[in-house]
Design a protein around this ligand. Structure first.
Ligand SMILES: *Cc1c(COP(=O)(O)O)cnc(C)c1O
Length: 345
């Protein structure tokens, strides 16, 4: 890996970060008159902890990652944007990513004026590490991988991911939004081996908390410091920090949800495969199924008319004719199947 100094944009390397009141003093005191807050309406009158110390300490135990190696953002969207802003000089640097994958990487690259290079997956959605590495050049700062991948649902081959991590001299982002549903272990265990590894996870999927907007990033202490340096000072609000601490006490419940959803996924896969309008249900390691049907646009419209909304992926690379279907409750999944059967007759 190149040094962080070499990889960072010069303006970010030189930036002196904003120092907020809660940064300059944190600790115990009787009287806080330093942040122009209103003394009434406790506890929401106070600015929240800018570094979310309590939440990171708790997450550290659950994830097996040191608190200094954790960044928390307003969804995964925030670290996706921050890592591009920190490392990619607009109009000069570029990003390499697999295709198809999560749409936000390309949008965030576009917002930042950074070239985004797509490397197609194989027909069975496998990554060719050689092709990914060949797409990179001296101006490639970041490679985005997503496993299990959205919208394809499969996990990328671990040896291929390791090949990219070993041979790329910039930062490799491994988005693990769906790892809780996967049979594969998290790459968090590999943080000690790869200083260029940046992992994203989220509270939005298995943790059932998309509404609180909380994303996690795990990396070396040095990469986390870069993200902390350029984030908005109070990026995670007090309500979100409280709710997250609460849901982290419910790890057992989350495990139960995941068990139900995985059983439902297998049941739904078999049911769908028996329907005449279904051509193929792709293998999934996540909480959704990618399904090829006879006429994706017409099937999508029919489902909408029955009040069932899925994601039409008909125009996405390698996904022609496909719908992406999230696994719901048993009752919701039955409604979906009922609606699809209505179309068949
Ligand atoms: C859903 C999803 C996320 C989560 O994004 P948030 O901003 O944390 O809600 C991240 N990555 C991928 C690939 C996803 O599908």
């Amino acid at each position: 890996m190149k040094s962080l100094e070499q990889l960072l944009r010069p303006n970010i390397r030189q930036l002196k970060p904003y120092s907020c009141a809660r940064n300059e003093f944190h600790g115990e005191a009787t009287t806080f008159l330093d942040a122009n807050e209103n003394p009434y309406n406790a506890p929401y009158n106070r600015y929240p902890d800018p570094l979310q110390t309590e939440l990171k300490n708790k997450l550290s135990g659950i994830k097996g990652v040191k608190p200094q190696q954790i960044f928390l953002g307003n969804g995964s969207d925030e670290p996706i944007d921050l890592v591009i802003r920190a490392f990619c000089e607009p109009g000069q640097d570029n990003i390499v990513a697999i295709d198809p994958t999560y749409g936000m990487y390309e949008v965030a690259a576009g917002v930042n004026g950074v070239e985004y290079r797509k490397v197609p997956l194989s027909a069975d959605f496998e990554m060719d590490a050689e092709a990914v590495l060949a797409a990179a050049d001296g101006h490639t700062k970041l490679i985005f991988l997503c496993t299990p991948n959205n919208p394809t649902g499969n996990s990328l081959s671990r040896p291929e991911v390791f090949k990219v991590l070993t041979r790329f001299d910039g930062i490799v982002i491994v988005d693990e939004a769906y790892n809780d549903f996967s049979q594969e272990p998290s790459f968090t265990k590999d943080l000690a081996t790869f200083s260029n590894l940046l992992i994203f996870q989220t509270f939005s999927k298995a943790w059932g908390s998309a509404g609180i907007r909380l994303g996690m990033a795990f990396a070396s202490k040095e990469i986390i410091e870069v993200l902390n340096k350029i984030k908005y000072p109070y990026n995670i609000n007090q309500l979100t920090q409280e709710k997250a601490l609460h849901i982290l006490d419910s790890a057992g419940t989350v495990k139960t949800w995941v068990g139900i959803l995985l059983a439902e996924r297998e049941k739904l896969k078999q049911t769908l495969e028996a329907l005449p309008c279904v051509r193929k249900v792709y293998p999934s390691d996540a909480n959704f199924l990618l399904v090829r049907v006879d006429d994706a646009d017409a099937t999508y419209r029919h489902l909408v008319s029955e009040g069932v909304i899925v994601r039409n992926r008909n125009t996405v690379t390698l996904c022609r004719g496909c719908l992406r279907i999230t696994i719901g409750t048993p009752q919701e999944n039955e409604l979906l199947v009922g609606a699809l059967k209505n179309r068949a007759v």
